[in-house]
Write a protein that binds this ligand. Sequence first.
Ligand code: ADP
Ligand code: ADP
Length: 223
Amino acid sequence: AALVRMRDVALAWGNGVTALDGLTLDVRAGEFLAILGPSGCGKSTALRLMAGLLAPTRGQVRRDGGLTAAGRVGFVFQDPTLTPWSRALANVRLPLDLAGVARAEANERAAAMLALVGLAGFERAWPHELSGGMRMRVSIARALATHPDLLLMDEPFAALDEFTRARLNDDLLALRDQLGFTVAFVTHSSWESVYLADRIVIMSARPGRVLDEIGVTAPPGRG
Ligand code: ADP
Ligand code: ADP
C-alpha cells in the first residue's frame, strides 16, 4: 500500500522556474525511502507536495486518507527551527498543543519522546544551551511527538559533524524500529542513503523526475 502516490507531477513556481516535471513516485507504507539527487532538482519541493503543503501544477498527488488529520505527518528540516524562547519540552509539545491534546497529557508525552531521542533530563533546557546534535534530537522528538505515520526529513543531518551524524543515523533507525513510522528522507549523500534506506530513488537535475531506483536489502548495521 502507498501512503503517497505521485503521478506525472509538475510544479512550476510563480517566477517561471519549473522545479518538477513528470515526477512519478510512491511512498510505500512502512518503508525507509531515500531521495537522492543534485542540488536544486526539486527534492524539497517533492517533500512539500507529500506533506500537502503545496499543490501540483499538473498531475496527481494522492495522500492516504489517514495522513490528513493533525499530526499524522512529521517534518524535520536541516535547520532544527526550534522556538528560541521555549524550553526543549515546550518545543516538543507544540504539535500536541496544535492537535488539541490537554496540557498534562501533552507534557507527559513530550517528555517521553525527549527520553526516546536520548534527551531525558533536558526538558527544561533552552535551545541555545544545547549542541547542534542535541537541537536536531529535539527537532526529531517534536516531529514524532504525535506518533505520525509518515516522517519527512529534508537533509536533516547535513550540517552536523560526521560523528554526530553517524550517531543520529543509528538512533533514527532504532526509533523507527521502535515506533514503526514510514520515512521519506532527502539527502545529497549516497553513503547515507545506502546506510539508512530500504529503497533509494535517484532524481535527475531540474526539472526533477525519477531517473532510477535502487532496492537495498541488507545495508551495513541493519539486521
Ligand atoms: P532541492 O531540494 O532538490 O535542492 P528544491 O525543491 O528546493 O530543490 O528547489 C527546486 C527548484 O525550485 C530550485 O531551482 C529552486 O531554486 C526553486 N525554488 C524552490 N523554492 C522556490 C520558491 N518558493 N519560489 C521560486 N522558486 C523556488
Ligand atoms: P555537536 O552536535 O555540537 O557536535 P554533540 O551532539 O556531539 O555535539 O554533543 C556535544 C556535547 O553535548 C558533548 O559534550 C556531549 O557529551 C553532550 N551531549 C550530547 N548529547 C547528549 C545527551 N543525550 N546527553 C547528555 N549529553 C549530551
